[in-house]
Design a binder for this molecule. Structure first.
Ligand code: AMP
Ligand code: ZN
Length: 483
């Protein structure tokens, strides 16, 4: 049941719009990907969980999805506007390593997180440095009408396109404060699309261009890669909400220049029909910042013993447009909820799915699920529909399994491939192995059977000293927990 018309919130119009594909039967989506100068933090990964759920929903609606995510390995400055150093160059200098090695290392680390969070592989990962000739060609195409050259690079004149900054809803003056002045800029919001290597310097990454040796600007990269692979206009462009302020308005301005169109009253003139933004994951202690030493990486969650899909579930419990506050308690609660889901789904483990058959008992939950997802990806309600479906009794198990598989194809919790044991909390720092715990518990059982309660209590205390809580009578059937 996938009848509800899919409505998505378009940041450009600030309203819900019914999704109507540019190409009938298809959905073409571009997501701004990571800058691979460091590990992604879990906030970054929220952006890709959101894009993944969007893609899965489009597939659920029967559309042929082409999803592109880019990898930025050049051009992203330490400030989103034109200030600061290239993030990649800076990290390479700090680590005394080649940029290419840095990019490769962090790209692999990002991909590992993508896999751990059960994010589907996009049709294409576009790597910025693979597209430099196309970027130069794009810049050449718009240079005469829309750009001007300064000593430091080729700049885009934002006054040459209509409605600059509409996406940000913060046009002109108040934007000025956050943008470092570059001598000679015509408007404070003008931005470099090509950054010349200063005379006498050599950058690790630089290319010849009509404007001299240099490197592309970050905004140019996304315009070029999205347009090259998906064609303008494509359906949906995604990113985190910070991109609504500078990066995406600048991409839009370039796209307008390139397509020789004007005016954003017609959203497709922006290059994409719909611009979608996930809100931030926030953390009070400031550990979200990559500059804060031990920052919140997915691996840190895993090291503390949490299964990564508990974090995925935590993301799904909030609407993507709401801020989500991270806490360890919240993550623990998500893990418990995931355990319950996996245990219920586990009762269908040996059942053969019957996707073709229908059962009237499932019609209401399927409709609830479909309406929730169609209402701008309402995952919090969709999760309750999944739980409702798992709770339905006295139905054909094959049909039930097919319904749960269908829902999980959208939510991506991988319920049929997880076991309860996978979800056990086992911190990396633990001084005792699972086998040792199991052996001690077996001895305790024997002691109890022999009514030797002193021995049984001693074993319990020994385990407690090593961080193991024995959980007699736990409602989820756990015998122990490693804290
Ligand atoms: P970056 O690698 O810095 O370009 O960021 C990758 C993606 O993560 C972008 O789409 C950002 O908008 C997004 N992002 C950054 N910080 C957060 C956060 N705390 N919560 C959610 N998304 C974020
Ligand atoms: Zn981008």
């Amino acid at each position: 049941m996938t009848d509800a018309p899919l409505k998505l919130f378009n940041s450009l119009t600030r309203s819900l719009e019914v999704f109507e594909p540019v190409h009938p039967g298809e959905a073409r989506v571009y997501s701004c990907g990571p800058t691979v100068y460091n590990y992604p933090h879990i906030g970054n990964m929220r952006a890709y969980v959101f894009a993944d759920v969007l893609g899965r929903t489009l597939s659920w609606k029967g559309l042929k999805l082409t999803h592109v995510i880019n990898i930025t390995d050049v051009g992203h400055l330490t400030d989103d506007a034109d200030a600061g150093e290239d993030k990649m160059e800076k990290m390479a200098a700090e680590k005394a390593q080649s940029i290419w090695d840095i990019a490769e290392h962090y790209k692999q680390a990002y991909w590992a997180d993508v896999r751990a969070l059960n994010i589907r592989q996009p049709a294409q990962w576009t790597v910025a440095t693979d597209y430099v000739p196309q970027m130069i060609a794009f810049a050449k195409g718009i240079a005469e009408k829309h750009c001007y050259e300064l000593e430091s690079g080729l700049y885009f004149d934002v006054s040459t396109v209509a409605d600059y900054g509409r996406l940000a809803r913060a046009v002109t003056e108040d934007g000025e404060g956050r943008i470092e002045t570059v001598e000679g800029k015509r408007n404070p919001q003008d931005f470099a699309i090509w950054r010349k290597t200063p005379p006498g310097e050599t950058r690790q990454m630089e290319w010849d261009s009509p404007w001299g040796k240099g490197a592309p600007g970050w905004h140019l990269e996304c315009s070029v890669m999205s347009g090259e692979v998906l064609g303008f206009p494509f359906d949906i462009h995604t990113g985190g909400i910070d991109h609504r302020e500078i990066h995406h308005p600048n991409e839009i301005a370039q796209n307008q220049a390139f397509c020789c169109t004007n005016g954003l009253d017609e959203p497709k003139n922006s290059g994409a029909k719909i611009w979608m933004h996930n809100n931030f994951l926030v953390e009070r202690s400031g550990k979200m910042s990559k500059s804060s030493g031990e920052f919140l990486r997915l691996q840190l969650l895993v090291d503390k013993g949490y299964h990564p899909l508990a974090y995925r579930l935590m993301c799904l419990q909030a609407h993507y447009r709401s801020e989500l506050e991270f806490s360890w308690e919240g993550l623990g609660a998500a893990l418990t909820r995931l355990k319950r889901l996996v245990m219920s789904a586990g009762t269908l483990a040996d059942v053969t799915s019957q996707p073709e058959a229908e059962h009237p008992k499932f019609a209401p939950v399927l409709a609830k699920f479909d309406q929730a997802m169609a209402d701008d990806l309402g995952t919090p309600v969709a999760l309750t529909a999944l739980e409702d479906a798992l709770a339905i009794k006295k139905v054909d198990a094959g049909i039930k399994r097919a319904v749960i598989e269908d829902m999980d194809a959208v939510l991506g919790l991988n319920l049929f491939n997880l076991s309860r044991a996978d979800l056990r909390i086992c911190p990396k720092a633990a001084t005792i192995t699972e086998a040792e715990i199991e052996a001690a518990l077996a001895r305790r059982k024997e002691a109890r059977a022999a009514k030797d309660f002193a021995a049984s209590d001693a074993i319990r205390d020994e385990l407690a000293a090593q961080g193991v809580e024995v959980m007699d009578g736990d409602p989820l059937g756990w015998e122990w927990k490693l804290g």
